[in-house]
Write a protein that binds this ligand. Sequence first.
Ligand code: BEZ
Length: 238
Amino acid sequence: METKNLDNRNYMPRIGDIAPSFSALTTQGEINFPEDYKGKWKILFSHPADFTPVCTSEFMTFASMAEEFEALNTQLVGLSVDGIHSHIAWLRTIKEKIDWKGMKGMEVKFPLIVDISMKVASLYGMIQPGESETSAVRAVFFIDPQDKIRTIMYYPLALGRNFDEIKRVIIALQTADNFSVALPADWRPGEEVIVPPAGSCGVAKERMDGEDNTLHCYDWFFCTKKISKEEVESKLGK
Ligand code: BEZ
């Protein structure tokens, strides 16, 4: 278990950092994170507490999308500062009793970390005392197959996350890597992608002069090209 910074409440991993390592007990047994998920994308997310309504709605939504994340070669790992018995009882209640928005019998098969000591939550900057001293905020860390943190989201206790956006981010990150492009506002697969400027005025002028007819340039610094939804989908999860 990595120990550095555990006592520093101000410590927060940043985009571009290698995901801090830890070992932890989960509802699926012991895990070593991120080492156990070599070659995969990982979504490490926290929630404030078991047996709370917003968290329940989030877990049911994630469980209902589990196959979609699997197809994207993405491992989900949850965390709260509750114990193993609470986690197991809560997930059993979700499966056996909760029928919400057409979701029922939802089985959470991804690991849910036990973090009563708050060691992992502190390591990932999930305890944000202005919001709560005693529970994690709703954090989402998107970690690539090289274990680099690529996107971080934080939501407050009272606001459930947008799971379509979480899926869109994973698809967009994989698209950016596979095609060496950037993605414009609200991008969805099949829409035009941004071809970053090559960094020299000569190249920019060539782009504007239309010498590359696969490009559509709005100005010298803003050129796009089409990648079909099928092309994007053929690369996802790779
Ligand atoms: C909830 O998940 O419903 C929740 C948890 C902590 C504070 C507020 C709401």
